[in-house]
Design a protein. Structure first.
Length: 394
């Protein structure tokens, strides 16, 4: 609902203008002092312009806060219809969430910041939408830098009118004896009338504007809080996992990497065995062919090839040992995870015991407090009884 409290300013302004015109004789056609009417008219015109500028800023603030309230209600409705499902996946690509330019720009900066912190399906160190759509934004839209000084400006105009009125009265006051002085009392009183009138409506406008302005800003802050609470409830981006879950994920990742390396090494070892057998068959076939063709034995070459085959076997053994080391690392990680889980369970049990002890201590303190109160009450009754007996004896 739009806050129309600032319309009170114009109602009071119209009433005050009518009152000033009436006491200056405009409605009756008996204008006593044209200078008084001009001074009051100029001051009221300045105040009217200031009020008009403030009204424009209040209308703009109302438009922004009403849109915040409407969007909050729309999000809450979608959240309930979706069975409590988080709305951020649908909102992160929705650019037309707001129609107002300032809200649209602030929401755009928030979306860009959130996208830069996305890690998979979750977000790391997400920022709050309250950092972008905040009280500072409302104060900028509502021109708080201007409206916060209007109240003091009204008071200042009243004081300025006082001095102007006194200056007009004293400027027309002339005379050296009692006869001439009495003739100039009228202009002096006329100037004092200006001083009095400007002071009165300056203070009245200052008080009323201060009340209206504070009420409008309080209503705007309330609507902002409502929107922020609804957005955090319905459309908060999913946070990254906690520290314990991150540690578990890291251990699972290490285990998966170890299994992957194990598979690679097994494949490598299998290929090494196949290569060794192939080399042995190749060496035998090669020597047989050479011996049949050239009639010469190449036992030395056969030994060299067998040595290469043995080296390949040693490499296979080294690969096996590496696999065993990786398995040991996986087992160590598993034991570490079990140890941490056990420690977390102990901490939870300890927290439960501490809570139970706290409740017991609170109950004990309450009982002691009641006992002390009863004893003090009994002591007070005995003291009163003793004093009554003493007075009776006297």
């Amino acid at each position: 609902m739009k806050n129309k409290l600032f319309y009170v300013l114009f109602v009071v302004y119209v009433v005050m203008v009518a009152f000033i015109l009436y006491i200056n004789g405009v409605f009756t056609g008996e204008v006593a002092s044209l200078s008084n009417l001009i001074v009051n008219g100029v001051f009221l015109l300045i105040i009217g312009i200031l009020f008009l500028i403030s009204a424009v800023s209040f209308l703009r603030l109302n438009r922004v806060t009403d849109e915040l309230e409407d969007v909050a209600e729309e999000l809450l409705k979608e959240y309930k219809e979706g069975g409590g499902k988080n709305l951020w996946p649908a909102l992160q690509e929705r650019k037309g969430l707001f129609e107002d330019r300032s809200l649209r720009e602030a929401y755009g900066r928030y979306r860009a910041q959130i996208r830069s912190r996305r890690r998979g399906r979750a977000y790391v160190n997400t920022c709050d939408i309250g950092d972008y759509i905040s009280e500072e934004l409302l104060e900028r839209v509502g021109c708080s830098f201007y409206n916060s000084g209007i109240s003091g400006a009204m008071t200042g105009l009243g004081i300025l009118g006082t001095f102007i009125g006194l200056s007009l009265g004293l400027g027309s006051f002339k005379g050296d004896d009692i006869y001439t002085i009495s003739d100039n009392v009228g202009p002096l009183l006329s100037g004092m009338k200006v001083a009095f009138h400007t002071s009165v409506y300056g203070i009245i406008f200052s008080l009323i504007f201060n009340i209206v302005y504070r009420s409008i800003m309080a209503d705007a802050y309330e609507k902002l809080d409502y929107f922020l609470n609804v957005f955090r409830q319905c459309a908060l981006p999913p946070q990254a996992e906690s520290g314990e879950e991150n540690l578990t994920a890291m251990l699972v990742y290490q285990a998966n990497m170890a299994n992957y390396m194990k598979q690679l090494l097994e494949i490598s070892r299998g290929e090494a065995s196949v290569q060794t057998e192939a080399m042995e068959r190749l060496a035998g076939a090669f020597l047989e062919q050479l011996q049949s063709v050239m009639g010469t034995g190449f036992k030395g070459l056969d030994g060299a090839l067998k040595s290469a085959a043995q080296t390949q076997t040693v490499n296979s053994e080294s690969s096996r040992r590496l696999i065993d080391a990786v398995n040991a690392l996986v087992e160590s990680n598993r034991q570490m995870q079990e140890t941490m889980s056990y420690m977390m369970e102990r901490q939870e049990r300890m927290a439960g015991e501490l809570d139970t002890q706290r409740q017991t201590l609170e109950r004990t303190c309450e009982e002691i407090s009641r006992d002390v109160s009863n004893q003090l009450y009994t002591f007070g009754q005995m003291t009163n009884l003793y004093e009554d007996k003493s007075q009776t004896k006297e």
